[in-house]
Design a protein. Structure first.
Length: 75
């Protein structure tokens, strides 16, 4: 299994936007994203921090049905 990259919230948001997610709202430092066309996909909640933890990033990738390799390519 490839290693997870260390990314900031801005990089993660930009990558998920390339996949078709859009920012719906923000409350405090948490940004909520929904997929534009496929409503069956889960929504993503990303904290606006300098770095995202490995466990949270893995959970976001699992919810977006994305592999680590594909995520790394999109960065």
């Amino acid at each position: 299994m490839p290693k997870l990259p260390i990314v900031s919230a801005k990089e993660a948001i930009r990558t998920f936007e390339r996949l078709g997610y859009q920012i719906v709202r923000q409350k405090g430092s948490h940004i909520r994203m929904h997929h534009k066309t496929d409503k069956s996909k889960r929504h993503l909640t990303i904290p606006n921090h300098k770095t995202i933890g490995k466990g949270l990033l893995r959970k976001l990738l699992r919810d977006a049905e994305l592999t680590v390799e594909d995520f790394s390519k999109l960065l």
